[in-house]
Write a protein that binds this ligand. Structure first.
Ligand SMILES: NC(=O)c1ccc[n+]([C@@H]2O[C@H](COP(=O)([O-])OP(=O)(O)OC[C@H]3O[C@@H](n4cnc5c(N)ncnc54)[C@H](O)[C@@H]3O)[C@@H](O)[C@H]2O)c1
Length: 260
């Protein structure tokens, strides 16, 4: 398993939510290692801008505009990846939406289904169509981005926390199913990270991140993460160094979960 279950220079990885904060930092990290990235996002305009900055000549990236809640789009992403002819050794299931001020009672059924669909069901859909590619490459890794809300949470995040808890459970069961194929499945549990998701939340609330309590002493390190710090952990999960890690979580949370 050790020699097969990771991505390295010359391999390809699919990254969803590639135009967002953590997604773009992950694309940059992988490209810097010589890994080809199929960069997937619903927001094609933002995606083009991001990739123009990271890989202006499109040598190591291919932008794919897709909605990961659509089975047809997920299938098309994987068909495009297959047709490129590079070994696909990894999938980073990163796309998601933030959802705040949403208790069970205040969340409409429509919003509940929308958030679960983006933040949980899309991981199943992308994996369903990407796994045959990773298997035919001899193995690799799926990295599922969850959140500290899978472990400890707060008020007003019912659909988000439910989805992220589901991502953790999905990671465990996928890891068991896929170990015989040299495919590792790893969950990432980021704490608050300085990305458009968090900044848009602050804007909607008309408050600064500090006023919302994000750079907090509750967090042992006392600040929020930069997206590159989470991307480093994602890249590690895909790498040879993580060849004995599967079915468990890596937790770049600055220490927030260490406290009562
Ligand atoms: N920022 C944080 O504080 C934080 C903390 C814990 C976990 N996370 C998780 O990290 C991941 C990345 O978050 P981020 O903060 O970089 O968010 P972000 O909003 O900056 O990026 C998310 C990206 O996903 C894309 N996306 C959304 N719905 C999509 C869809 N249906 N199809 C395709 N693309 C879609 C968006 O266009 C966006 O580019 C998410 O899974 C998020 O839940 C973030």
């Amino acid at each position: 398993m050790r020699e097969k279950s990771f991505a390295t220079k010359g391999d390809a990885v699919i990254v969803t939510g590639a135009a967002g904060g953590i997604g773009a930092a992950t694309v940059e990290n992988l490209v810097n290692q010589g890994i080809f990235v199929f960069a997937v996002d619903k927001n094609s305009e933002a995606l083009s801008k991001i990739l123009a900055g990271i890989d202006p000549k499109n040598v190591l990236t291919q932008a794919i505009a897709a909605d990961v809640t659509s089975e047809k789009d997920c299938q098309s992403v994987c068909e495009a990846a297959k047709s490129k002819g590079i070994r696909v050794k990894g999938l980073v299931n990163n796309a998601a939406v933030g959802a705040f001020n949403m208790s069970v009672e205040s969340t409409s059924f429509e919003d509940w289904q929308r958030i679960i669909s983006i933040n949980l069901t899309s991981l199943y859909l992308m994996a369903k169509y990407a796994l045959p590619l990773i298997r035919s490459a001899g193995g690799g890794a799926v990295v599922n981005i969850s959140s500290i809300h899978a472990y400890a949470t707060s008020t007003g995040v019912a659909p988000y926390a439910a989805a992220k808890g589901g991502v953790l459970a999905l990671t465990r069961t996928m890891a068991l199913d896929l170990a015989p194929d040299n495919i590792r499945v790893v969950c990432i549990i980021p704490g608050a990270t300085d990305t458009p998701m968090l900044r848009q939340h602050a804007e909607r609330e008309g408050k600064t991140l500090a006023e919302l309590g994000f750079p907090s002493s509750e967090n042992a390190i006392g600040r929020i993460a930069q997206p590159e710090e989470v991307a480093d952990v994602i890249a590690f999960a895909l790498s040879r160094g993580a060849s004995f890690i599967t079915g468990s979580s890596l937790i770049p949370d600055g220490g927030i979960l260490a406290k009562f």
